[in-house]
Design a protein around this ligand. Structure first.
Ligand code: CTP
Ligand code: C5P
Length: 385
């Protein structure tokens, strides 16, 4: 076991209370790329936090990820900030090594490391958690099926709408069958290959805060697509929360987003966007399928004191009206500057521009994982016979 007392001795006073607290505090370590951070990552961190008291997350540098896996979509500064904003994370270690060692766990006073039940391989095809597994300081949580960075990149490149909550599935199946979209299941990793995410009310309960605003709280309301939740959204929500005490985010439905964004937007469906936004520490509540125009009803029902929008253009409603007419007429509208010019479209453009790199990255990852999976199955067969 790590000597967490040694590292933190300097920070402690001598009172029995703080000594008792430190002894009973279970410190958990997670690490990863956390690229295009999504609710699968958030769900891993939620489960890890539930295994202890204090969660430290090590995030790899761009150079390390490029060496072992291929280029990340988001740079390290963006990834550090995104992970820090996940509500179960207590601390982020920037530039954590790709291979998890006992020295790293000890350095941060962590009892054990938690990873999803998939496999992570280094550039040489070896398990990055081999040392902590050997030392029995490794625990597993369930990987969230149906979401991965690889899958999201695939949705963008294939221009499919199969992921939307309703309506498009039959049509996409036809396109795949007619050969206009190629999907070869044999090339998917046994751990991270595409399978559909199945949203449940239980998952929403696990992610939601479930707390009503207190009497007298200033309630702030924002609405949007919040598709491929990124640093621009995060900065905006941080600013919006600072305007009051309780932040409600209204999420537009998939057909509404598709109406004003076109193409195959949103890339993440409503259920997925709900979980992404709920995992952000600034958000208190989400409206699942909010009206496009902020109505008097909505403002009165939620006792909204302020409605905010960022500096991105405000698209008119279907009848050509400004969706913020009501809060503006009440003098309760504020435009906020997130300080970031990133948009969902720019994220998609980054990926399209590096299409070949990402395709090569995905193929390399799947090939390595299939080889490791086959080796594992062989080992199991040998043990049984
Ligand atoms: N994870 C998870 N569920 C997912 C995706 C990731 O539990 N759907 C977990 C992984 O098991 C790992 C952590 O999130 O413990 C960090 O993963 P990361 O290093 O970022 O790689 P992946 O997300 O697995 O990579 P990709 O999304 O490209 O498949
Ligand atoms: O485009 P979307 O509907 O996802 O945006 C949700 C909210 O986030 C909007 O108010 C938008 O102006 C804001 N935003 C921002 N800065 C960005 C991206 C979005 O303030 N870079």
């Amino acid at each position: 076991m790590p000597n967490k007392n040694k590292r933190f001795a300097d920070e402690m006073d001598d009172s029995d209370e703080s000594k008792k607290h430190l002894k009973s505090c279970v410190r958990v370590w997670c690490d990863g790329c956390y690229d295009m951070v999504h609710f699968g990552h958030a769900n891993q961190l939620r489960q890890a936090k539930a295994m202890g008291d204090y969660l430290i997350v090590g995030v790899h540098t761009d150079a390390e990820i490029t060496k072992h896996k291929g280029p990340p979509v988001f740079n390290e500064e963006e990834r550090y900030k995104m992970v820090r904003a996940i509500k179960w994370v207590d601390e982020v270690v920037e530039g954590a090594p790709y291979i998890t060692t006992i020295e790293t766990l000890d350095k941060y006073g962590c009892d054990f490391c938690v990873h999803g039940d998939d496999i992570t391989l280094d550039a040489s095809g070896q398990d990055t958690y081999r040392y902590v597994k050997e030392a029995k300081r490794y625990k597993e949580c369930s990987r969230t099926a149906g979401v991965s960075t690889t899958d999201l990149v695939g949705r963008m490149l294939l221009l499919t709408k199969q992921h939307h909550s309703c309506g498009e599935r039959e049509y996409e199946v036809d396109k795949v069958q007619s050969g206009s979209i190629s999907k070869d299941p044999s090339t998917h990793s046994p751990w991270t290959g595409i399978s559909q995410f199945l949203p449940t009310t239980h998952k929403i309960i696990q992610f939601a805060e479930g707390k009503e605003p207190k009497p007298g709280d200033e309630i702030v309301y924002v609405a949007g697509a919040f598709d491929l939740f990124h640093i621009g959204h995060l900065n905006f929500l941080e600013k919006a929360k600072a305007e009051g005490d309780y932040l409600i985010v209204g999420l537009h439905t998939d057909p509404v987003v598709n109406h004003y964004k076109g193409c195959n937007y949103p890339i993440m469906n409503l259920h997925e966007r709900v979980l992404s936004v709920l995992s952000c520490k600034y958000v208190n509540e989400v409206v699942i399928g909010a009206p496009y125009s902020v109505t008097a009803d909505l403002m009165d029902h939620f006792r909204v004191g302020l409605v905010c929008h960022g500096k991105t253009p405000i698209m008119p409603d279907v009848d050509g009206s400004d969706p913020y007419t009501e809060p503006k007429s009440r003098g309760k509208f504020k435009s906020l500057h997130s300080g970031s010019d990133l948009t969902t479209q720019k994220v998609v453009e980054r990926i399209i521009n590096h299409r070949l790199d990402f395709e090569a990255r995905n193929k390399k990852k799947e090939k390595k994982e299939l080889a490791a999976y086959e080796a594992l199955m062989k080992q199991k067969e040998v043990r049984i016979s």
